[in-house]
Design a protein around this ligand. Structure first.
Ligand code: CP
Ligand code: NVA
Length: 311
């Protein structure tokens, strides 16, 4: 049996990531011509946390692939009452073609994947948001032609899921990734080290700094995210002052390359991590980025299913 999962960005090699993004580009202009889930086959999409974009893009994408989606709020299932993750996997994998899950700790999705005979996809954990980064890389391809050699700078919480996924996914795409964050909110050193290792293979680089103005110099892509991720609401008061110097303002953006594009996975908090004039301004590509969740995830599901076999 071979099953391919997508639990973190480096589950795809550079060649494999390119295959997924190339298919995603094709699907962008041919939304209904590719139907590997015809039957229809079903895909379970489970949420332990809130979602707008992920929920909608997976439901629409699975339908466009010819399949049927089961959108499940975990709290309304037996998972919410403590049924073991592995038991849930063994019930689901006899009926669905893939399992997509948004949850908290990465170990939870690792446990689901270990027990599942169908592909498991990370729809966001505390540590990674790899589907979002595929959409972001697709957006960069659309606006810049390619990703290799471009400088991507992420400002804000360097220890969150988006920062970690930019490091791994960006390095896989051959980008020069810089995380600019307060020293108390640095990336997990093991993830930064892994990104440096990948970058050595792809010709990119990965680095952390606490100096936002040094970071922005020469940037082709600017990215940011909320300072208060899901699950951190109790720390909201502490997660403001340290981040203010890392807000993506018009003043900061003016120091990037003049043709730099601005990404934000959304939801955005105008006046906090990003100024309204930047989010709603001419260099922002956030609405393309949100649409690209659809195309990237359709390509990802197709790719994983094509490489997973139950012998
Ligand atoms: N960007 C993103 O994952 O959005 P949702 O939380 O709305 O799914
Ligand atoms: N870092 C954010 C991303 C939301 C899509 C969070 O985890 O809440």
């Amino acid at each position: 049996m071979t099953v391919r999962h997508f639990l973190r960005d480096d589950d795809l090699s550079p060649v494999e990531q390119d295959e997924v993004l190339t298919l995603a580009q094709q699907l962008t202009s041919d939304r209904f011509g590719h139907q590997p889930l015809a039957g229809p086959k079903s895909v379970a999409v489970i949420f332990d946390k809130a979602s707008t974009r992920t929920r909608i893009s997976f439901a629409v994408g699975i339908a466009e692939l010819g399949g049927a989606s089961l959108i499940i709020d975990a709290q309304t299932s037996q998972m919410g009452r403590g049924e073991p993750i592995a038991d849930t996997a063994r019930v689901l994998d006899r009926q669905v073609a893939a399992i997509v899950w948004r949850t908290a700790g990465q170990t939870r999705i690792d446990e689901m994947a270990a027990a599942s005979q169908v592909p498991v996809v990370n729809a966001l954990t505390d540590e990674f948001h790899p589907c979002q980064i595929l959409a972001d890389l697709l957006t960069i391809r659309q606006h810049k032609g390619s990703t290799a050699g471009l400088k991507l700078v992420y400002f804000g919480d360097g220890a969150n899921n988006m920062a970690h996924s930019y490091l791994l996914g960006g390095a896989t795409a051959g980008m020069h990734v810089v995380i600019a964050s307060p020293a108390d909110f640095q990336p997990d050193p093991a993830i930064l080290e892994r990104a440096v290792e990948i970058a050595a293979e792809t010709g990119g680089s990965a680095a952390w700094t606490d100096d936002p103005y040094a970071a922005v110099d020469g940037a082709d892509v600017i990215a940011t995210d909320t300072w208060v991720s899901m699950g951190q609401e109790g720390e909201a008061a502490l997660r403001e002052a340290p981040f203010v110097p890392y807000a993506v303002t018009e003043q900061l953006l003016a120091k990037a390359n003049s043709d730099a594009i601005v990404l934000h996975c959304l939801p955005a908090y105008r006046g906090k991590e990003i100024e309204a004039a930047v989010l709603d301004g001419p260099q922002s590509v956030v609405w393309d980025e949100a649409e690209n969740r659809l195309h990237a995830q359709k390509a990802l599901l197709s790719w994983l299913l094509a490489r997973s076999f139950n012998a």
